[in-house]
Ligand binder design. Structure first.
Ligand code: PA5
Length: 447
């Protein structure tokens, strides 16, 4: 179960002020629960674990089994933003660090596309596809997003040329809106198996819908355990108690932001498998809170590596940040440092200790140093890095995001700012319907 520890903020945050922010966060949680706040037509994610039918889980597993029967060993998951980061974060967190290099892999490998417009990336993806037995999951809630649409056009053509139209259709699954969008039309016409992204679930809150579940199960991971962990968290966060971890997290980060000018939150990990948890979290908090001229800028570091690159700035640079450390209580494996009779590296003082103990002392030492340097520390911990606890962690961050954004006073569930670049890109690419915008942007560039 997820625990939040804010003792590393004690020397910064006044206790009475903290109580004020707890009261604000409790009110925000009541709004989130009652469903009467801004953006309340996007609250479907709140009950994804408890409301997810067995038939949906079984349908995801059936796709995995069908593809296994066809010998598929490479699944290309096409999507961007919320239609990509949830699956990527879970797969990276649960995978062996060297899964790509190991020859003992049993499940298919899931790779991602449609999250960039790099020509080299797409071309090199085709090099990989040529060596493997391929299937594709194309994910777009709107069904109209350019990056995945461009990637999917290429992959669809490739699969049809290689396998023929009927077999290609059996190797493609679409995840999109129930009724509208180009991907819906295409998948109906081509007869693809499809899954629905519920109307009331926004992209960045969709990891526990088929958007996340299908790529995760295709990669060989236990989505039942993931959902079970999320369900436990759904129950645990329901009460408006002041020690509710979501309320503690939301209260403290809002206090640090509003009272102490801490405008940057750095999500810190001490396990490279958590790198993409931070990327998913950055989208969740950045898109949910960064609006109306407000919001904490979400950043991340991967320690101990980044202590040797970002550590100097965090210790002594502009004092605008606080850190939230994701801490995993138990390492999965055990490696003990050996004795060396010559001790030329001077490390015999570590002989007999686990590497994880060194990692913990690095974490503790950094915490104390950064507190001394003026950087408050929050800690979000889970007992183990497995599907169950990861499910809890994801649900915790989603719920806490809703509570925190309402505490801040913004609508957590819209993202109006994302449209600005698209409008310019379409004008520059001369998309039909953008004639006026094209003229205006060309004139602007010529000035
Ligand atoms: O959180 C969001 O809503 C966005 O990040 C979307 O997930 C992203 O833009 C992709 O949209 P779509 O699934 O419609 O292609």
């Amino acid at each position: 179960m997820v625990k939040v520890n804010v003792s590393g903020c004690a020397s910064f945050a006044d206790a009475a002020k903290y109580q004020q922010y707890v009261a604000k966060a409790i009110k925000a949680q009541q709004v989130l629960k009652a469903g009467n706040g801004a953006g309340n037509d996007f609250l479907g994610w709140r009950v994804l674990p408890s409301g997810t039918p067995e038939s949906l889980v079984a349908a995801c597993e059936a796709v995995r089994d069908d593809w296994a029967g066809r010998g598929v060993d490479l699944v290309i998951a096409v999507g961007i933003g919320g239609s990509y980061l949830g699956a990527k974060c879970v797969i990276e967190a649960l995978s062996h660090n060297f899964a790509k290099q190991l020859r003992t892999r049993k499940a298919a490998e899931v790779v991602f596309a449609g999250n960039n417009l790099s020509e080299d990336y797409l071309s090199e993806l085709m090099d990989l596809a040529a060596e493997r037995n391929v299937a594709c999951i194309v994910i777009s809630k709107s069904g109209t997003t350019t990056e995945p649409a461009v990637a999917f056009r290429l992959i669809k053509q490739y699969l049809e040329q290689r396998y023929g139209k009927a077999e290609a259709a059996a190797r493609i699954v679409a995840i999109t809106d129930a009724k509208k969008g180009a991907l819906k039309t295409l998948s109906t016409q081509e007869g693809y198996r499809s899954f629905i992204v519920p109307d009331n679930v926004g992209g960045r809150f969709s990891v526990l819908t088929p958007v996340g579940l299908l790529p995760i199960v295709a990669a060989g991971f236990d989505i039942r355990a993931l959902l079970k962990g999320a369900l436990e968290m759904e129950k645990a966060l329901a009460d408006e108690k002041e020690d509710n971890p979501a309320i503690v997290y939301a209260a403290m980060r809002n206090l640090l932001y509003a009272e102490l000018g801490k405008k940057v939150e750095i999500l810190v990990n001490y396990n490279p498998k958590l790198t993409y948890v931070a990327e998913w979290w950055k989208q969740l908090y950045g898109e949910s809170e960064g609006k109306d001229g407000k919001g904490i800028f979400p950043a991340s570091v991967n320690n101990t590596a980044d202590l040797h690159s970002m550590g100097q700035f965090i210790q002594e640079g502009e004092r605008v940040m606080f850190e939230t450390v994701i801490s995993v209580d138990e390492a999965d494996r055990k490696v003990v440092i050996g004795t060396d009779p010559e001790n030329l590296d001077g490390l015999n003082f570590l002989a007999g200790k686990r590497v994880e103990e060194c990692n913990r002392m690095a974490q503790l030492g950094t915490k104390l140093a950064h507190i001394d340097g003026g950087v408050p520390q929050l800690e979000v911990s889970i007992p183990k890095l497995d599907a169950y606890n990861l499910g809890s962690l994801l649900y915790f961050f989603e719920w806490a995001c809703g509570v925190s954004a309402y505490t801040l006073g913004v609508n957590p569930f819209n993202q109006p700012g994302v449209e600005a670049y698209k409008k310019n890109m379409f004008a520059l690419l001369e998309k039909p319907g953008y004639e006026e915008a094209t003229k205006a942007i060309k004139q602007r560039l010529a000035e």
